[in-house]
Write a protein that binds this ligand. Structure first.
Ligand SMILES: [Zn+2]
Length: 479
């Protein structure tokens, strides 16, 4: 039925073009074949688990009970006639290598888009399903090896790829413009210098021992708008560096990307609204200077509405791109694991045996023990970290990084990027967990205790991203 509708629409469009074309083409317009034409299409696919399934987000088992709002795979496919790319955002906690590989395989077979041109990131919803890695190892350890979780995971690549297939089917010439909004009051660095000289992590609201934040935030709200015709927005890609853990509970929810979409769809009811999470490994929405409770759907709506407003406030600064040439590259950066002593390895085994006996050890001990077990699953001492860059002309670049990335690393990429807009998507193409800055390792605390990758790994990824950005920019200059 959908196909017939699309066919009718395409035919109507052609007839309209024939009828109206001659009156619309002005004599000074260059011949159509010399115009740079960018075709862009959009697709969405529902990836909500059908049956009650263990939920991601916390160190404990909880099964879903209902759906507050569906989880989506959202895809944008861009085609400049020579190069085709797909940018996909998932309402999931993370991505893992298996699901990325399988999804890319389907997209490559059916759409002929190579893996290096397919960027798949997760928004980091804590109210989505736990993920399972069928042919490697369990990512979480609490009950996710249920039949429901396995069934969900096996069917997931097909469901994600469907969003790209639908995007391909809706490819049409579109104009592109870009802007960067600002939002300075929503995101907070969650690491703090404390009065005792330590660096605290989520130290709690109104904690009198806080001295100041131990890191920055990224206030930039980059967005790229695709127009079908002047005044008719077809699609919007945006990103912002804020951790998604607002709604909680046992109902499926995309968290605040859902409310960004709700707000923006009041203005653009027919547009495809796609959001990705920026580098927010040490950023969240908790304002420790206020005693207000900050959780639940109301808080997600407050954040999403403000982000939508940040985009709309900057709408008049949208600038058209000067070229629509696409480029894509990726590099597998082999980053070292965080090392530990053999005594610590024995200690970790003891802690994990307690977990298996259902006596939960202190939180940070569990975090460290899991890290050690995961690191030992990589006896060569390295992790593969995929860094990917897709760019459009000389103005717009999308960068993806595979983990929960400290904001300073994202800022370093943005500062060095020659593109006018650089949108960074974290938890993309697989995840290696937290990626702190070199400096943070000596400060310690949660993200550092949890980080599978060793000191300097984040900076290696930054170097790769900057090198790819420069190479793509330089080659765009020569076009
Ligand atoms: Zn999280």
């Amino acid at each position: 039925m959908l196909r017939i509708n699309q066919l009718v629409f395409v035919l109507c469009g052609s007839v309209m073009g024939l009828l109206l074309g001659s009156s619309l083409v002005r004599s000074q317009d260059p011949p159509a074949e010399s115009k740079p034409v960018l075709s862009v299409g959009f697709g969405v696919s529902d990836i909500t688990p059908i049956r009650p399934t263990p939920m991601a987000g916390y160190y404990g088992v909880r099964y879903s009970t209902a759906t507050h709002d569906p989880l989506w795979a959202k895809a944008t496919v861009l085609d400049d006639g020579k190069t085709k790319v797909a940018i996909i955002a998932l309402d999931l906690i993370s991505t893992n290598p298996w699901m990325v590989r399988e999804t890319r395989k389907i997209i490559e077979q059916k759409l002929h888009i190579p893996a290096s041109n397919v960027m798949i990131s997760a928004t980091h919803s804590h109210t989505g399903p736990m993920l399972y890695e069928p042919d490697e190892r369990l990512l979480g350890r609490f009950g996710n090896q249920t039949d429901e979780a396995k069934q969900y995971m096996i069917g997931l690549p097909e469901r994600i790829a469907q969003s790209a297939l639908d995007a391909q089917a809706s490819l049409k010439p579109r104009s592109v413009s870009y802007a960067i909004g600002q939002e300075q009051q929503l995101a907070f660095n969650r690491r703090f210098f404390m009065k005792d000289g330590s660096v605290g992590w989520n130290p709690g609201k109104l904690n009198p021992n806080i001295v100041r934040e131990a890191g920055p935030t990224d206030d930039a709200l980059p967005f790229v708008a695709f127009y079908e015709e002047p005044g008719k927005l077809a699609g919007l890609l945006s990103s912002f560096a804020i951790h998604l853990d607002t709604v909680g509970g046992t109902q499926w929810s995309a968290d605040m990307p859902f409310t960004i979409q709700e707000s923006l769809s009041k203005v653009f009811p027919e547009a495809h609204l796609q959001y990705a999470t920026g580098t927010c490994g040490d950023i969240n929405h908790i304002d420790v200077r206020s005693g207000n409770r900050q959780g639940g759907h109301q808080e997600a709506a407050r954040i999403g509405t403000r982000l939508a407003a940040g985009i709309l406030r900057s709408w008049n600064s949208l600038e058209p791109v000067s070229s629509t040439r696409l480029a894509a590259s990726h590099e597998i950066v082999r980053v070292p694991v965080q090392s530990h002593s053999s005594e610590r390895s024995d200690w970790a085994k003891g802690i994990l045996s307690k977990v298996n006996d259902k006596q939960l050890p202190p939180f940070m001990e569990m975090v460290e023990a899991y890290r050690i077990a995961d690191v030992e699953a990589h006896p060569d001492g390295f992790l593969d970290a995929e860094v990917q860059v897709i760019s459009l002309g000389r103005q717009v670049a999308w960068v993806s990084l595979p983990g929960e990335i400290f904001v300073q690393l994202g800022l370093a990429i943005k500062d060095a990027s020659p593109f006018a807009v650089t949108s960074i998507h974290e938890l993309a193409n697989g995840s290696i967990g937290y990626v702190p800055t070199r400096q943070a390792y000596s400060q310690g605390n949660y993200e550092v205790i949890s980080a599978r990758c060793g000191q300097g790994s984040g900076e290696m990824m930054v170097d790769s991203a900057i090198a790819q950005l420069r190479a793509q920019f330089n080659s765009a200059l020569q076009q």
